[in-house]
Design a protein around this ligand. Structure first.
Ligand SMILES: NC(=O)c1ccc[n+]([C@@H]2O[C@H](COP(=O)([O-])OP(=O)(O)OC[C@H]3O[C@@H](n4cnc5c(N)ncnc54)[C@H](OP(=O)(O)O)[C@@H]3O)[C@@H](O)[C@H]2O)c1
Length: 292
């Protein structure tokens, strides 16, 4: 495959989405527009943001600055936890997000977290947004099997995506199997383990053999399992590196060696900000947009 070509994944509603995208969480605010424009210049066509990241306006600016037609960009954003649970409030808040992004629709709209007692009503609002053409596809993030079953029992439209934490150190096998059985496309967030998976010696050894970088090996391992990936980097050479992963293949032994690294350990911050609001072991802290 030509290095500039994008492999597309067809979602359950027929919409096509690039398999490799660009995440924008934690990019310094004053660099976000320039970095997004640069990612687009380097052939990224999927951009992943969220109200939580506090940078939708800068992302919208970056898309404009890139000079590439908005229709060529697959834009994802997410519903903020504090906007969940009330149909009208969620829709109003989402209209505000569209304004900040400088567009009349997004390509994918996700519920950022399964906020306890609120995600069913939130999903009803996402269905209305989808039916009104303000989102070409809808889905969820961080839903486990229990959340998905509950949502699907109440939904008229099934989620097209589940964006979950997935990298060599966390595999969430039950959630992955459930999504694969129910035509819910998996998307890996923190696909490089937020940078923490890059120094693993098993991965370094495989990278050396293929004359690739550890990041390329990790992304390749995720792509070969059918995931969409959204690595973030503020560095142009890393952006290019992360896109250039279609010219080699990991064999079964290499896939297995990386699979063995699983620790089922979430990122450091994950447990600190258990955002779902479920009283059974999760607090109801709701971070402010852009808080981190
Ligand atoms: N739905 C959710 O709940 C959720 C949660 C977290 C994240 N996300 C999404 O997932 C995206 C990606 O996750 P993430 O930002 O946590 O982490 P990540 O993409 O796994 O890793 C990013 C880190 O790796 C470094 N890096 C990137 N490419 C590299 C390369 N080729 N070589 C060496 N280092 C490299 C980056 O540094 P530099 O920038 O300095 O290059 C940064 O420190 C986010 O931006 C966001 O869009 C979603």
């Amino acid at each position: 495959m030509n290095k500039n070509q994008q492999k597309l994944i067809k979602l359950s509603n027929g919409v096509e989405m690039p398999q490799i995208g660009f995440g924008v969480w934690k990019i310094p605010f004053n660099q976000t527009a320039k970095t997004v424009a640069n990612a687009i210049k380097n052939n990224y066509r999927l951009i992943d943001t969220a109200k939580q990241y506090g940078n939708e306006e800068q992302v919208g600016q970056g898309i404009k600055e890139s000079g590439i037609d908005r229709k060529q960009i697959f834009l994802t954003t997410k519903i903020f936890n504090g906007d969940q649970g009330n149909f009208d409030q969620l829709r109003n808040a989402f209209n505000g997000q569209l304004k900040k992004l400088g567009t009349d629709h997004v390509d994918l709209l996700l519920l950022h977290w399964p906020v306890f007692n609120k995600y069913i009503e939130s999903w009803r609002a996402l269905e209305a947004i989808y039916n009104d053409g303000q989102a070409r596809a809808i889905g969820v993030c961080n839903f486990d099997v229990e959340h998905l079953k509950d949502l699907m029992d109440h939904a008229k439209i099934m989620p097209m995506i589940n964006q979950i934490e997935f990298n060599p150190h966390i595999h969430q096998p039950e959630t992955v199997a459930f999504c694969q059985d129910h035509h819910i496309q998996l998307e890996a967030w923190s696909p490089l383990g937020n940078g923490q998976s890059l120094s693993n010696p098993v991965i370094s050894k495989i990278a050396k053999k293929h004359e690739k970088s550890p990041a390329q090996v990790i992304l390749r391992w995720e792509l070969q399992q059918g995931f969409i990936v959204i690595p973030k980097s503020v560095h142009e050479e890393r952006m290019q590196e992360n896109r250039n992963v279609y010219d080699f293949e990991l064999d079964a032994d290499e896939m297995e060696a990386i699979a063995m690294l699983d620790e089922e350990k979430h990122s450091i911050w994950y447990d600190k900000y258990k955002w779902s609001g479920n009283p059974n072991g999760r607090d109801d802290y709701i971070a402010k947009p852009g808080e981190f």
